[in-house]
Design a protein around this ligand. Structure first.
Ligand code: CAA
Length: 284
């Protein structure tokens, strides 16, 4: 098994930039791909900001921050990822764009490179099926915010090879994260449980006639959650959560998986949570 040193990250939004940050901090060389220069610049600035906060808080030296940032390069050209040992995809959470991307990556990347998707609710097997080498495709599912959440689900699709899964597990260990290996089932482990739970939380808002503030207070103080469900859905993104709910409902047909109408209305109105400045709460 070749030693992984160079990681490509496709899509530098909240998840992709978080993954890139974790990887450069762990000593990997990272090439991040965005579709436009300004998006790539924004991601680099965001990573620089969080690393500088660590310096300010005495968790990193300025030299360590600078060395980590020097390991990050960005590009708008997918072809630049041709010499990566591992590519992690974190683009829009829709099946067809992901399938098209994997088909392109297959043509660009070395035959021994592992191709991973950070999908949270789509089928890794269906993404892998867009390639002629599905054995090298796995899921590497990070949690939001990626630099703070320890878990990475390493997902074995129907045709994933043992080598590809082992490479992903080894990289997760070197990232200092906690890997949990699982098979490619809808929602994997955490979202299979968390998505219906969060949907129940939103339904109880109307049923018990409580405010988001009260619900969050109930779940943090009564169930020990680190952040309340409304704060969490705002962080994840209302659109991302609704989409994941729809994807799980489509596959499992369990009523609790279906997105509550209240969330669908918020999504349709553009109240997407932190990223748009308004969701259950307002953010300045
Ligand atoms: N990226 C990088 N660094 C970040 C960051 C981010 N997005 N957000 C915060 N940080 C850094 C900041 O520098 C921050 O320090 P300063 O505020 O001093 O700058 C530092 O991390 C600590 O941040 P917090 O004080 O906010 O950290 P906390 O101790 O309050 O913990 C938390 C935050 C880890 C997010 C905690 O609230 C928590 O565990 N929440 C639950 C999150 C969760 O459940 N996530 C899963 C979502 S579901 C999902 O992701 C699945 C899916 O597929 C959709």
């Amino acid at each position: 098994m070749a030693v992984t040193q160079r990681i490509g990250v496709v899509g530098l939004g909240a998840m992709g930039s978080g993954i890139a940050q974790v990887a450069i901090e762990a000593g990997f060389d990272v090439v991040g791909r965005e579709v436009a220069d300004d998006l790539a610049r924004a991601a680099t600035e965001r990573i620089g900001h969080f690393l500088t906060r660590k310096v300010e808080k005495g968790q990193r030296s300025p030299e360590e921050r600078d060395a980590a940032l020097a390991r990050l390069s960005t590009t708008t050209d997918l072809g630049t990822l041709g010499d990566c040992d591992l590519v992690i995809e974190a683009v829009v959470e829709e099946l067809e764009p992901k399938r098209a991307l994997f088909s392109e990556l297959e043509a660009i990347c070395r035959a021994d490179a592992v191709l991973a998707t950070n999908t949270s609710a789509l089928s890794v097997t269906e993404i892998a099926a867009a390639t002629r080498s599905p054995e090298r495709v796995v899921g590497m599912h990070f949690f939001n915010p990626a630099p703070l959440m320890p878990l990475v689900e390493v997902v074995r699709a129907e045709l994933s090879s043992d080598e590809a899964v082992e490479t992903a597990l080894e990289v997760v260990e070197r990232l200092g994260k906690v890997p949990v290996s699982c098979h490619d089932t809808p929602g994997f482990v955490v979202n299979r449980v968390l998505i219906p739970l969060l949907n129940d939380c939103v339904r109880v808002l109307d049923e018990a006639r409580v405010t988001p503030e009260s619900l969050d207070a109930a779940m943090t103080n009564g169930a020990g959650w680190p952040m309340g469900p409304c704060t969490l859905v705002d962080l994840v993104g209302i659109d991302v959560h609704v989409h994941a709910s729809e994807a799980l409902y489509e596959k499992l047909r369990e009523p609790r998986m279906a997105p509550p109408p209240r969330l669908v209305a918020m999504r349709n109105a553009g109240l997407l949570g932190r990223k748009t400045g308004r969701g259950f709460y307002s953010y300045e």
